[in-house]
Design a protein around this ligand. Structure first.
Ligand code: CA
Length: 523
């Protein structure tokens, strides 16, 4: 994690640049609305161009071919000579090739052990398998999208007619998705969507209750989705409602069967109570989306500081998004706790390189128009700001897409950076709380876990005051430190995990659909 950003002394009315590292030959404009050409900057430099907020200014003359340095890293090379004071926009920077995967530093960093953080607790729901939920939700798993309309109808009825009678149950959700039939279910890669759906069904927030609605003729049969060995240690009971069974005569009979089956699960969920558990029972997934140049300055470093607190408290933290770490893979392999963990990181990078290559692209396909409007010129710059979410703890585990978490501490779960697919895969890993940073702004939310959203800029936090849970823009404003915001986030997470506080997305019931990652062919 970088030190606190090097910011010019703040005086009201003085232009504000943020430079991340003393090697950097560019800095970003922090001022709302950007700065006009001709602005005299602290230190004597004069802007030659108008520079939008979050965009880069050349701090020195850059010759054609010279490295453009941000975070102390070469984010690209100058395509032409760039005079000091110029706007260094994406059209002036040539992106470097992705770093090779041979000869990386493997588990070379021997970090000082972090002092344990003791005494922090939250109120959670203990599950039969030992995991802990932060919410008490009935999930209805589906094997195939054909059943989605019927399940939606039944969920609506359960929510309206039955949930009021089970006040300790937070919600009922249908786990709907686009997989299960019309797919090459035995192809290499098909195991990813299947195990993702299986492991989501076993998410700690679903209390070990398993209920599946199946059509009957689909490829993904319930016994393949949830074979007995996958649920033996979890202790849940599996109920299956199969719509094509002859006993269901008509649509309403199907709905009645789903509602009747759900009631047994609701009874058991309703009998549960929260109990005080150590903070080590948190399983936090961190992600960013709609990133801007402030993501790597404010919100992501604050999340990184919070991740360090969580790891010190013995919790599990998952970070992800392969294309957003690919350019900094050396930072991750060096932080791996063992050479085996470093090799697993390389394995996941190589798998994803190959996956992208088959589609005729590489990691540079990641950046969006919004990222670029927000000042991020390319994936290298975006990745440097994204990796800092992982804090500074050793990386002690690596998961392939859709796998379930096996370790406490910091784990890299390989996922696409797509907000919905990453969130879905982190649910499968077993997260019970989600932290999401955004600079451009997104109302993202999930039905299964609370999503704590952190704004990178005060302007966004002000405009989206009822969608953002925390403003990390105070770091750029100079009114809070990275560590202070990290602590505020840590305490907020314990409140949210305990159910004492709802996130904005929970209050408004903003729920994005699950999106399974299926790298295998469809038929
Ligand atoms: Ca994302």
């Amino acid at each position: 994690m970088p030190d606190a950003p090097i910011t010019d002394a703040r005086t009201i009315g003085t232009p504000h640049l943020i430079r991340m590292h003393d090697l950097d030959n560019v800095a970003i404009v922090a001022d709302d609305g950007g700065l006009p050409g001709g602005t005299a900057l602290p230190g004597g430099l004069v802007l030659l161009d108008r520079v939008p907020q979050g965009h880069k200014v050349a701090l020195a003359d850059l010759a054609a071919g010279a490295p453009v340095l941000r975070y102390g890293v070469t984010i690209g090379r100058a395509i032409e000579a760039i005079p000091a004071g110029s706007w260094v926009h994406e059209g002036l920077i040539a992106i470097p090739a992705a770093p090779g995967l041979d000869d990386l530093p493997m588990a070379t960093v021997r970090a000082e052990p972090m002092p344990p953080l003791e005494g922090y607790t939250f109120e959670g729901y203990r599950n039969p398998d030992g995991s802990v939920g932060t919410r008490n939700i009935l999930a209805i798993t589906t094997t195939v999208p054909c059943v989605a309309g019927v399940v939606d109808f039944a969920v609506g009825r359960i929510r309206n007619e039955w949930l009021p009678r089970y006040p300790n149950v937070d919600d009922v959700v249908g786990l709907e998705h686009a997989y299960g039939c019309g797919v090459a279910i035995d192809a290499p890669g098909a195991e990813i969507p299947i195990r993702t759906l299986r492991n989501i069904s076993l998410n700690p927030n679903f209390g070990g209750e398993l209920m599946v609605v199946s059509l009957g003729c689909e490829k993904l049969q319930p016994g393949r989705l949830l074979p007995p060995e996958s649920i033996a240690t979890a202790g849940p009971r599996l109920d299956v409602v199969c719509l094509q069974d002859e006993e269901h005569v008509g649509f309403l009979a199907m709905v009645d069967a789903i509602v009747a089956t759900a009631r047994g699960h609701l009874e058991r969920l309703d009998a549960r109570r929260r109990e005080t558990v150590p903070a080590s029972e948190l399983v936090v997934g961190v992600q960013c989306g709609g990133s801007d140049a402030f993501s790597g300055v404010t919100a992501n470093p604050a999340v990184g500081a919070c991740v360090d607190l969580l790891v010190r408290a013995g919790a599990s933290v998952i970070f992800s998004e392969v294309t957003e770490v690919r350019d900094g893979i050396d930072q991750l392999t060096s932080r791996a706790s063992t050479p085996e963990v470093a090799e697993a990181l390389v394995r996941e990078m190589a798998w994803y390189d190959d996956y992208l290559n088959r589609g005729g692209v590489d990691r540079a396909a990641n950046t969006t128009p919004g990222n670029k409007t927000g000042g991020l010129s390319n994936i290298v710059e975006k990745a440097m700001g994204s990796i800092v979410k992982s804090g500074s703890a050793p990386i002690s585990g690596v998961l392939a897409p859709g796998e379930k978490l096996r370790h406490k501490g910091l784990t890299f779960a390989a996922t696409p950076a797509s907000d919905f697919i990453c969130g879905t895969l982190q649910l499968a890993a077993g997260m019970n709380l989600h932290v999401f940073t955004t600079g451009r702004g997104t109302p993202y939310g999930l039905a299964a876990v609370p999503v704590v959203k952190v704004a990178t800029r005060t302007d966004l936090a002000r405009r989206w005051h009822d969608l953002m849970d925390l403003n990390a823009g105070t770091i750029a404003d100079g009114s809070a430190s990275i560590e202070e915001v990290g602590w505020v986030l840590f305490r907020l997470m314990l409140e949210v995990a305990s159910g004492r506080k709802k996130t904005r997305a929970e209050s408004w019931k903003l729920h994005n659909a699950l999106v399974l990652f299926n790298p295998a062919p469809v038929t």
